[in-house]
Design a protein around this ligand. Structure first.
Ligand SMILES: Nc1ncnc2c1ncn2[C@@H]1O[C@H](COP(=O)(O)OP(=O)(O)OP(=O)(O)O)[C@@H](O)[C@H]1O
Ligand SMILES: [Mg+2]
Length: 433
């Protein structure tokens, strides 16, 4: 659609800025530019305006595949290495860990750089324009309470943009971008709170609609908690026990037992950690556990998952179960389907069970939303509107927690997956002025 748009209105191209607005998300990414003061999103993947932030190193074809085809390759069982939620590695030492992939030594700066380079190339192909600069979104907090890690995460992400081929990059907090894009929902004088609950973080911006004068940003805040953490918690509570988490392991000598160590299960439940588990050492450790387990048939599932590299398949099954349980009127049953482990193994996940598992996390999100307002010297009852963006703002538990925290505010559900990139596209036009 984008190329048709630019083909038809070729004259518009001169008005485009050479700065690309990029929302590099934990789960989904998108890019856009401003055209005549309006956001124009790039057709980034065959008619889609969002691209799953996923890469697949295809060992047979010796190439890197991005987005939905990466997911299809994983599910199809192609030979290769799949990675998702790479944004969550920013600011950690794992970012600089390198590995051999397709005959090259690469660290995660280079891998994220490849992904962003693909976004750049697709945007250039769709618009016929070169983008040397980027206005990138950033979470308010990459790491909730660790300033050094937050600073490192921003350094890492900046390096990734350079690795992608951009000459310069500036950053805008993601919820501020969403405020810019959604300001029209507020009447002049209204106080609005952007509630952006994504895959990796929850982000808030408090702003006042000033009418013709634009918006006044009064404060932003955030925490490292999003949909991938919901997946992790659901996996730990409902799936990992089926793989042996919490089960007893016999000591080599004597009759004593101890509980299987937690760390392997914790990593398996964490999207961005899964690729790090596929090593000879972890596979051997899992086999050892199975050999000494009181219930070896349960630990055997862990061995299978590591040997057949089914960690992401499990994570997708949990995510699908979460979305199904969150939508009781949908066609999908509220359950986690583990056929990849054992044909017909489906774990029920009724809505009430899911809500109970995630209630504490949703409560934390509500508290930080209230803190955003407190820190700006405002009162929760002053807020007229809550504007929801981000895929996890569709979660019932989040909705309940936020309505409880702001009982007087009206809730507006904005475009869940494009609310941030719309604002970045708008702001890209003047980001380097
Ligand atoms: N219908 C739905 N119901 C519940 N959750 C959903 C739904 N659709 C998507 N999600 C969840 O939303 C999350 C992705 O949201 P989004 O694309 O806004 O994140 P992101 O922008 O990539 O992440 P971040 O901004 O935190 O870096 C995933 O965890 C996904 O499971
Ligand atoms: Mg986001």
């Amino acid at each position: 659609m984008a190329s048709a748009f630019f083909g038809l209105y070729g004259c518009v191209m001169a008005a485009l800025s050479s700065t690309l607005g990029v929302d590099f998300g934990t789960s989904n990414s998108a890019a856009g530019v401003a055209v005549d003061g309006k956001p124009h999103l790039i057709d980034i993947e065959q008619g889609e305006q969002t691209l799953p932030t996923a890469v697949f190193f295809d060992f047979d074809e010796k190439q890197i595949v991005y987005g939905r085809p990466a997911q299809a390759a994983l599910i199809g069982g192609d030979e290769g290495r799949y990675m998702r939620a790479l944004k969550s590695l920013l600011g950690t030492s794992l970012m600089r860990e390198s590995r051999m992939l397709l005959g090259k030594r690469m660290d995660f700066i280079a891998i994220v750089g490849r992904f962003l380079g693909e976004v750049k190339a697709r945007a250039e192909a769709a618009t016929g324009q070169q983008f040397d600069r980027a206005l990138s979104g950033r979470p308010v907090m990459f790491h909730s309470s660790d300033p050094a890690r937050n600073a490192q995460a921003l350094t890492d992400l900046t390096e990734c943009y350079y690795a992608a081929g951009f000459n310069d990059v500036r950053f805008m907090p993601e919820p501020e971008a969403a405020a810019l894009a959604n300001r029209a929902y507020l009447a002049p004088g209204d106080l609005g709170l952007i509630v952006d609950i994504g895959g990796g973080t929850s982000d808030f911006t408090l702003f006042r609609q000033q009418g013709e004068a634009g918006i006044d940003i009064l404060g932003s805040n955030g925490l490292r908690l999003g949909g991938t953490d919901f997946d992790r918690q659901l996996s730990l509570s409902h799936v990992m026990p089926y793989l042996g988490m919490g089960s007893d392991i016999k000591h080599e000598f004597g009759g004593n037992t101890h509980v299987a160590p937690q760390s392997m299960f914790a990593d398996l439940a964490t999207w961005q950690k899964i690729p790090f588990l596929y090593t000879r050492e972890t596979r051997r450790a899992a086999q050892d556990l199975a050999r000494h387990a009181v219930q070896p048939e349960v630990l055997a599932r862990l061995v299978t998952v590591l040997e057949d590299e089914l960690g992401h398949d499990l994570a997708f099954a949990v995510e699908a179960g979460k979305i199904a349980a969150n939508n009781p009127n949908g066609t999908a049953l509220p359950e986690i389907k583990l056929d990849m482990l054992e044909r017909g193994l489906h774990l029920p996940l009724p809505a009430a069970m899911m809500a109970a598992t995630l209630a504490e996390m949703a409560g934390k999100i509500g508290v930080v939303a209230q803190d955003t307002v407190d820190q700006a010297g405002m009162k929760t009852e002053d807020i007229n509107k809550l504007i929801f963006v981000g895929g996890s703002s569709l979660m019932g538990v989040v909705d309940v927690a936020l309505r409880r925290a702001f009982p007087k505010a009206e809730v507006h559900q904005a475009a869940a997956l494009t609310g941030v990139v719309d604002g970045l596209a708008l702001a890209a036009a003047t980001a380097f002025d």
